[in-house]
Design a protein around this ligand. Structure first.
Ligand code: ZN
Ligand code: ZN
Length: 514
């Protein structure tokens, strides 16, 4: 059995790993979109490095686009099997993938306008809304902690990864071995959802490392910081713009803001959720209270209605409602997507507010290299939005603790819970510095065997016990050959009068040993 790392290898996005069994079955774990720099995004347009029609089954850890975003293309290029994932992920994908298809269509339309003017051949979108809707027919929803036979004699169990609603770690039982794909590992004490599952045994682990060199703030600290930033922005007389991922981060913020508003820690203020995707995702969050943690379950029982609602919170679904926000000068919190500011309505809000010194832009999520969000966060003084130069005069704030990813401490603790050392831990889904740091800390503190695979690299999954067996088989073969050698040598000595015979025997022996 072997594994090939097609994405999220020495980078965060584009998660895609192929497991090929000894009898030739191909299982793809995640099939995500590359995000970030132009070079990374270009990878989405190229052919897959494998034949999609040869994939027997896809397992999907969670709905985030860097894990699910190339599934419509995979199906479009010939993949006909089933896509196993949790019921919530299936439902979230039914809104996220068509939304991503729409973004692809828009992006190519823009690129093609330029190409047409330059008299160059036009591009096709990576996939369309229609492709995305079509592939949803291949999704099969499964429950957590329930064994599912995905192919003859290959079993999988999805465990709660505590990263976003419905996210999973995937245990794969193949050829007597257990392979564990961590997916994205959640941050402990995230609101709404449970903590990541502790798993105490696996032969091979494919593990994320996004925050391999970072440490998060405690929960109370981030709520306090949020209150301070809101009050400071109100005093300055501006708006607070929060770019947030449509799924989980937006709902986390609503959950935190609800507590802040109910405790009268800020003056009366309007809070806009201005992202159609985030609004639909919130509806799905309302629909699946069974996936909530203890606190959110209690709140749901007390209120006996959807918990994502409170005075002052406004969901702006239509484009007209969204445009009206552009004219609001102060005392508003605008939460919009995409989380890394690369697409969607957030770009409009940044264009209208970034140049004003009264504005505050608050980052609450990971900003990949090359994204507009990262540029603003890194302190660029002028950025391009929709082809226009916009000065950055706003205050830029960042609260890292909102992350939906475990930090270095939590990642190492997760590894420490394995009772027996896994044969190998492969680090994926990180930027090189973070991965190297995490690899070093895991090696030092847990004495585990850690590897950082390169993109396109294939590695045989062999346990050292098997290697021992193989070595002893080899030794047996060698000793048999030596026995033969000895007996032939004896024959030669016995026939030492006949030199032709000796040469013949030596030749035969040479061929045998070869
Ligand atoms: Zn994720
Ligand atoms: Zn991810």
């Amino acid at each position: 059995m072997k594994i090939t790392f097609y994405g999220a290898a020495e980078t965060v996005t584009g998660s895609c790993f192929k497991l090929t069994t000894d009898n030739g079955s191909n299982i793809l774990i995640d099939c995500g979109l590359f995000q970030g720099s132009r070079e990374l995004k270009e990878r989405n347009y190229g052919d897959f490095a494998f034949d999609p029609s040869e994939i027997d089954v896809v397992l999907l850890t969670h709905a985030h686009i860097d894990h699910s975003g190339l599934i419509p293309k995979l199906s479009n290029k010939g993949f006909q099997g089933k896509i196993f994932t949790t019921n919530v992920t299936k439902e979230l994908c039914s809104i996220m993938l068509p939304d991503s298809g729409h973004i692809q269509e828009m992006e190519v339309e823009r690129k093609n306008r330029k190409l047409a003017r330059a008299n160059k051949p036009l591009l096709d979108p990576i996939y369309t809304v229609e492709d995305a809707e079509k592939c949803m027919g291949q999704f099969v929803g499964v429950a957590y902690n329930t064994p599912v036979e995905i192919l003859p004699e290959i079993k999988t169990i999805f465990k709660d990864a505590g990263h976003i609603l419905g996210s999973a770690m995937i245990e794969l039982y193949v050829e007597g071995k257990k392979i564990l794909f961590s997916g994205d590992i959640g941050n402990n004490d995230q609101p709404i959802i449970n903590d990541p599952t502790i798993i105490d045994q696996a032969d091979f682990v494919i593990m994320e490392s996004t925050y391999g060199n970072r440490f998060h703030l405690e929960t109370e600290d981030k709520a306090t910081q949020l209150v301070q930033i809101i009050n400071k922005t109100i005093r300055k007389g501006g708006n607070l713009i929060i770019p947030a991922f449509a799924i989980e981060r937006t709902q986390d913020l609503i959950y935190h803001l609800k507590k802040i508003v109910n405790s009268d820690l800020i003056p009366k203020i309007d809070i806009y959720i201005d992202s159609p995707l985030a609004i639909r995702a919130t509806e799905i969050f309302c629909k699946y209270p069974d996936f909530y943690d203890e606190d959110a379950t209690k709140l749901k029982e007390e209120e006996n209605q959807c918990i994502f609602d409170f005075p002052g919170l406004k969901y702006t679904l239509s484009a007209d409602e969204s445009k009206a926000i552009n004219f609001l000068k102060n005392n508003n919190i605008i939460i919009s997507a995409s989380g890394m500011c690369d697409a969607g309505r957030i770009k409009h809000h940044l264009k209208h507010n970034l140049w004003k010194s009264q504005t505050t832009v608050l980052f609450v999520g990971y900003q990949a290299q090359g994204t507009l969000g990262r540029k603003i966060l890194d302190g660029e003084k002028v950025v391009r939005i929709h082809g226009e130069e916009v000065a950055v005069n706003a205050d830029i704030e960042n609260i890292e603790g909102f992350s939906a990813h475990a930090d270095q401490k939590a990642l190492v603790e997760w590894v420490q819970k394995f009772k027996d050392k896994p044969e190998k831990i492969f680090l994926v889904h990180g930027e090189p510095e973070g991965m190297q740091m995490l690899a070093k800390v895991i090696k030092d503190e847990t004495k585990n065997n850690v590897l950082i695979p390169k993109v396109g690299e294939t590695i045989e999954l062999i346990r050292s016990k098997e290697t021992v067996a193989e070595v002893s088989d080899f030794e047996k073969e060698i000793s048999k050959t030596f026995e033969l050698f000895e007996s032939k040598l004896q024959d030669i000595l016995n026939n030492s009068g006949n030199s032709t015979k000796i040469l013949e025997e030596l030749d035969k022996l040479k061929t045998k040993i070869k």
